[in-house]
Design a protein around this ligand. Structure first.
Ligand code: PLP
Length: 373
């Protein structure tokens, strides 16, 4: 492959995470709930991993529940909050949430989800957020930290503060933020979702941070693991690898952010000159340094994707989860982009180590594909 530009769908395993996973799999494979010495050592290391993650996020370790990823965390949380809220409780959310949050919200809070509208530049209308939360019976605000399609950064600190002032719980799906932006303050959100494979950890591993360690929600029943909140043998090697990956990417972040943002910006400038008429969605909004969502001037995005794949470049038509279905990009819908543009969207998402040569080669490949279509 000449260039992997689909890091918002998933990332390769970080070398430090791979080493940690192998070591844990070889030496700490015993069941942490068993009662002999070796198992107790695994349990001890599992709890240490929880504490290291809690330190990174700035929260109490007892608030962290390890899960199979963001989809499980989002689904389980919504189900639990719906049970708690009664038939009148409303949720304030955005129209650009990941389906793993948006779909359970629609199902569990049927007709009681108030959507904060978006501006044309993909940012949220914060005045509307403020208004909606005052409308009464709001039990939850659920707004993601960084958007998976456009990379748009939401002001989650301000939203958390607004919710605190109004005594409404705030949930932040930070799956795309964690590992790409500084973690400071995330632990202050009442509820928080994270997913290891978005930042160099293994797939099928993630976490949910809950408001209070005594909150008695049940993601799965049938065992005492995770304080009885999620039964099932813990995947300690994957958890160890996830925390190791996060420590590694967080440490390198300060240099990565500025460097990569300038490579991505240069790529966008080259592309717009090679293919006149290309629009970069949310270009003026605060964005993740790795993401570029674009509307190309002609042809269905699957055609572009296929040609780029033949040339050795992996890109996406939007969110990986909706790539195969008829539903279009939620960002394009939220900003009310013309329907005929929805099928011309490509999402490019680079990584922590993507080189200038790779970015420029992708721009040139897009230029060549454009000339040949
Ligand atoms: N939330 C967001 C914002 C995502 O981008 C994704 C994956 O694309 C998910 C949730 C689902 O993550 P997972 O694969 O861990 O279930």
């Amino acid at each position: 492959m000449r260039g992997y530009f689909d890091h918002n769908a998933t990332t390769p395993l970080h070398p430090a995470a791979r080493a940690a996973w192998l070591e844990a799999t070889d030496r700490c494979w015993q069941n942490p709930s068993s009662l002999y010495r070796e198992a107790a050592a695994v349990k001890h290391r599992l709890e240490e991993a929880r504490e290291r993650l809690a330190d990174l996020l700035g929260c109490d370790p007892g608030r962290i529940i390890f899960t199979s990823g963001a989809t499980e965390s989002n689904n389980a949380l919504v189900r639990w909050l719906a049970q708690q809220s009664g038939p009148e409780g409303r949720v304030v959310s955005s129209s650009m949430e990941h389906p793993s949050l948006a779909e359970p919200l629609e199902q569990e809070f049927n007709g009681r989800v108030l959507k904060v509208p978006a501006h044309a530049d993909t940012t949220l209308n914060l005045e509307a957020a403020d208004r909606l939360i005052q409308q009464g019976n709001a039990v939850l605000m659920a707004v993601m930290a960084a958007n998976n399609e456009s990379g748009t950064l939401n002001p989650w600190r301000d939203l958390a503060a607004l919710c605190r002032a109004k005594q409404v719980a705030y949930h932040c799906d930070a799956s795309q933020w964690i590992g790409k932006m500084p973690l400071a303050g995330l632990g202050e959100c009442d509820y928080l979702t994270g997913s290891a494979h978005k930042f160099g950890g293994p797939k099928g591993t993630g976490f949910l941070v809950v408001r209070d360690e005594n909150e008695r929600l049940h993601l799965a029943r049938g065992g005492p693991q995770e304080e009885g909140r999620r039964a099932g043998t813990e995947n300690y090697p994957a958890i160890e690898a996830m925390v190791t990956a996060l420590e590694a990417v967080e440490e390198a972040l300060a240099t990565v952010v500025a460097q990569q943002a300038s490579l991505r910006d240069a790529f966008e400038a080259t592309l717009c000159s090679l293919i006149p008429g290309t629009q970069i969605v949310g270009r003026e909004a605060p964005r993740l340094w790795n993401t570029s969502l674009m509307v190309l001037p002609a042809h269905d995005h699957r055609k572009w994707l296929g040609r780029l794949s033949q040339a050795g470049f992996a890109v996406s038509t939007g969110s990986a989860c909706s790539a195969g279905d008829k539903g279009a990009s939620s960002v394009m819908q939220a900003i009310r982009a013309p329907v005929e543009e929805w099928r011309r969207v490509l999402r490019i998402s680079g990584g922590w180590k993507t080189t200038q040569e790779e970015w420029q080669a992708l721009a040139e490949a897009l230029g060549k594909v454009s000339a040949g279509l």
